[in-house]
Write a protein that binds this ligand. Structure first.
Ligand SMILES: Cc1cc2nc3c(=O)[nH]c(=O)nc-3n(C[C@H](O)[C@H](O)[C@H](O)COP(=O)(O)OP(=O)(O)OC[C@H]3O[C@@H](n4cnc5c(N)ncnc54)[C@H](O)[C@@H]3O)c2cc1C
Length: 520
């Protein structure tokens, strides 16, 4: 992927794009892959970086959602379990099988969750993973030695998928480009263009890196802007009533010593009825999450003090070693784009199913859903968009489409495994210069060569792109990410020919963002 090439494609194309997608999170990227793969002339624009929004801030689970089963949303669980199975097949370098243990502290927990998880296994059908089973207290503690033993009667082990969300987003962007699509980050849609009959026939967009404006024609425009969906719908209809309810979820990242071994913990119901996960991820443990209604959408949500206290309190209840604030390596927050029903009492009750609608002027809006179900959401959206645009119908083929980087049996102990089949080219690049083999920080696994790779091949432009989404430094160790920001700025400056003043300003901007990930 190369931004200059994409800009040139945009400038050189004077016809109607078949399908124009606004938003480069999981939903929009899935749509771009699907549309390009069906052979349509496809353009995707994101106002910031791919996955800067919700799609880099998830719990990193490719799952059916045990909680949705508890809530009786069986159709969502079946859909998500199917998609889990497909994603494991289509992106094996990024999605792994993860064992989860539900600890039992009440006599009825074991049989109750044991039966529920058997239903969960069955709903996955042919795409199921290993079967769940009940464990004795000894076996449970063998799997998770740091689990609080007092009152523990045993546990249930079950399996789900786990992934790296922003790496999958980058690989989806690459897949869309491989299929002939044109994708641009840092390109904000500022207006919708309508014809004399009031039908949408394109967008106005601004290049956020140089302020240049574009008018782009399209047969259909897809609004896949997650928590910002209402802002695009307001461009379409100034009387539009707000549809999205943002629900914030936060995670704390701890060192692996708090949860050694390979298994994750899943607490289906904390004392206030929420679900809590502690999951191994890239050599650390992520603990979350919360469900707090938030009024205004923002790309950089900040964890609330009460959310941090909630997670710490519950982590202490379930772990033998109490995590303290000083143990937290990073705290990150994300906003779920939930589609409001009239009658939900709390955000955790709102269904995570997706919502697709077409306005009178032909704007196709896709909102809600899950990372796990992005492919199916995209299939529905592109089917609908084809009809709105009056294009010839080509069938969706993404169920079996391998995602860029596809590689089986990767060595997950090598942090470069997330690049999948790009690893060979990346290693060639690293071997070009001795400096590229250097780590960017002693407490982070990432190499200088990876920064160069991201700048040359993955449309990275800023320090934040590199430390938050191409590598996951900011999410794994926020202090180290801040310390290494000048190193990354210098590499970007060398590559793009920027001066010292640019580097200083860029480092300052990154630190302003990154300090919200550090827990004092
Ligand atoms: C705390 C938390 C935990 C979660 N955990 C999981 C999980 O474990 N598993 C799972 O399956 N799902 C999970 N989810 C849900 C999942 O992350 C989301 O459903 C998904 O990421 C939403 O993607 P999206 O593309 O709709 O939105 P986003 O990722 O927010 O993308 C929207 C994009 O639109 C762009 N945009 C907005 N306005 C414009 C404009 N005017 N012009 C151009 N671009 C624009 C933004 O820059 C943004 O990049 C979780 C969500 C949260 C918040």
């Amino acid at each position: 992927m190369n931004r200059n090439t994409s800009i040139q494609e945009l400038r050189d194309y004077h016809d109607y794009w078949d399908i124009l997608i606004i938003g480069g999170g999981a939903t929009g990227l899935g749509c771009a892959v699907d549309a390009a793969n069906r052979g349509y002339k496809t353009l995707l624009l994101d106002m910031h970086d791919f996955a800067k929004g919700t799609s880099s801030r998830s719990t990193k689970l490719v799952h059916g959602g045990v909680r949705y089963l508890q809530q009786g949303d069986v159709s969502l669980v079946i859909e998500a379990l199917q998609e889990r199975g497909l994603l494991i097949q289509n992106a094996p370098h990024l999605v792994t099988h993860q064992s989860f243990i539900v600890p039992s502290y009440k006599w009825w927990n074991g049989p109750f969750y044991g039966v529920g998880l058997k239903v969960y296994d069955a709903l996955a059908g042919k795409l199921g993973l290993k079967k769940s089973k009940n464990l004795s207290k000894e076996k449970t503690l063998e799997k998770i030695p740091t689990l609080e033993p007092e009152g523990l009667s045993g546990g249930v082990i079950y399996y789900d998928g786990q992934f790296d969300d922003s790496r999958l987003a980058i690989n989806l962007a690459q897949t869309a480009v491989d299929q002939g699509g044109t994708l641009l980050n840092y390109m904000k849609v500022t207006e919708l263009i309508k014809n004399g009959m009031g039908y949408i026939e394109g967008v106005k967009a601004r290049d956020m890196l140089n302020g240049e404006d574009y008018e782009i024609n399209a047969r259909v425009v897809v609004n896949a802007t997650g928590i910002f969906s209402d802002s695009i719908m307001e461009m379409d209809d100034f009387e539009h009533q707000q549809m999205i309810q943002c629900a914030q979820g936060i995670h704390l990242v701890l060192d692996k010593e708090f949860l050694p071994g390979d298994s994750a913990i899943m607490v289906p119901q904390t004392d206030d009825g929420r679900v809590l996960f502690a999951v191994p991820w890239h050599g650390k443990v992520i603990v979350g999450t919360t469900d707090t209604p938030i009024k205004k959408p923002t790309l950089e949500p900040v964890a609330l003090e009460e959310e941090i206290e909630f997670i710490l309190k519950h982590a202490k209840e379930y772990l033998t070693k109490d995590p303290l604030r000083a143990d937290v390596k990073s705290v990150f927050a994300g906003l779920r784009p939930l589609v409001k029903p009239e009658d939900a009492k709390s955000t955790s009750e709102i269904s995570r199913s997706h919502h697709l609608q077409v306005s009178r002027s032909g704007l196709v809006t896709i909102a809600g859903g899950k990372w796990t179900t992005y492919r199916n959401m995209a299939e529905d959206t592109i089917d609908k968009s084809i009809a709105v645009a009056g294009l010839e119908f080509n069938k969706c083929k993404t169920r079996k489409l391998r995602i860029h980087g596809w590689l089986k049996n990767v060595d997950r102990d090598d942090h470069l495994h997330v690049y999948g089949s790009d690893m060979v080219a990346l290693k060639n690049l690293i071997s070009e210069k001795a400096e590229y083999e250097d780590k960017i920080h002693p407490d982070l696994p990432y190499l200088k060569g990876e920064v160069i790779w991201a700048l040359r091949n993955e449309l990275a432009v800023t320090i934040d792109d590199i430390l938050a989404r191409r590598t996951r430094a900011l999410f794994l160790n926020a202090k180290a990410a801040i310390e290494t920001a000048p190193v990354v700025a210098e590499l970007i400056a060398q590559e793009f020919g920027y001066d010292k003043a640019w580097q200083e300003q860029e480092v300052k901007e990154f630190i302003d963002t990154a300090k919200n990930y550090v827990l004092e």
